[in-house]
Design a protein around this ligand. Structure first.
Ligand code: SF4
Length: 186
């Protein structure tokens, strides 16, 4: 119970990590590189847990949406296209292309960090607009990292099913072989 209360109160303040990152990032752009951790975490956690635990519990932007945007959202269902796979793919490619082009142009660590600061600023602005206009977690419906985390889980489930199928087929083959040996022996 106490543990749950602590988690709850921590979540009430953890959104400030996002604000601190953005505020400091514009003055000390190297800080921007920390965004790599937050970008990789949803995928890594999904790969190990098979669930979007990072998104549900730890993502600073997710927490920002839950704690701050929830207070101001109009709470209107987002249009279907916003969470369609086609839109997610287009948006993912668009953001990644911008990120890669920006990094390719960067001549120093600070400039590379600034690319991340800009990216997080723009995506936060989008998250605020859609979070206010639709639902507080509307951004998470098409967030590129959340999308990759979902794909990771699907891939994990598919490979688990395939492994299970292979084991079953192997067992059946073994059973048939055993029966054949028994027949030959008798
Ligand atoms: S979908 Fe994106 S923004 Fe939302 S919680 Fe997951 S990683 Fe964070």
């Amino acid at each position: 119970m106490l543990k749950k209360q602590n988690q709850f109160s921590l979540r009430n303040y953890a959104w400030s990590i996002l604000i601190a990152f953005l505020s400091a990032g514009w003055f000390y752009p190297t800080i921007g590189l920390m965004a790599i951790v937050c970008m990789a975490a949803p995928i890594v956690v999904a790969a190990f847990s098979g669930k979007r635990k990072w998104c549900a519990l730890f993502c600073p932007r997710g927490i920002f949406n839950d704690v701050i945007l929830k207070k101001i959202t109009r709470n209107v269902k987002p249009p279907a296209f916003l969470i369609s796979t086609a839109f997610k793919i287009v948006f993912f490619v668009f953001l990644m292309a911008n990120l890669i082009l920006g990094l390719a142009d960067a001549n120093s660590i600070a400039e590379a960090g600034l690319v991340f600061v800009r990216l997080v600023s723009v995506t936060t602005a989008i998250a605020i607009v859609v979070g206010f206009y639709y639902q507080h977690r509307a951004w998470c419906g098409f967030c590129p990292m959340g999308f990759l985390a979902s794909l990771t889980i699907r891939w994990k489930q598919m490979s688990k099913k395939k492994r299970h199928k292979n084991i079953t087929v192997n067992k059946l083959e073994q059973l048939q072989e055993d029966k054949l040996h028994e027949k030959k022996a008798s």
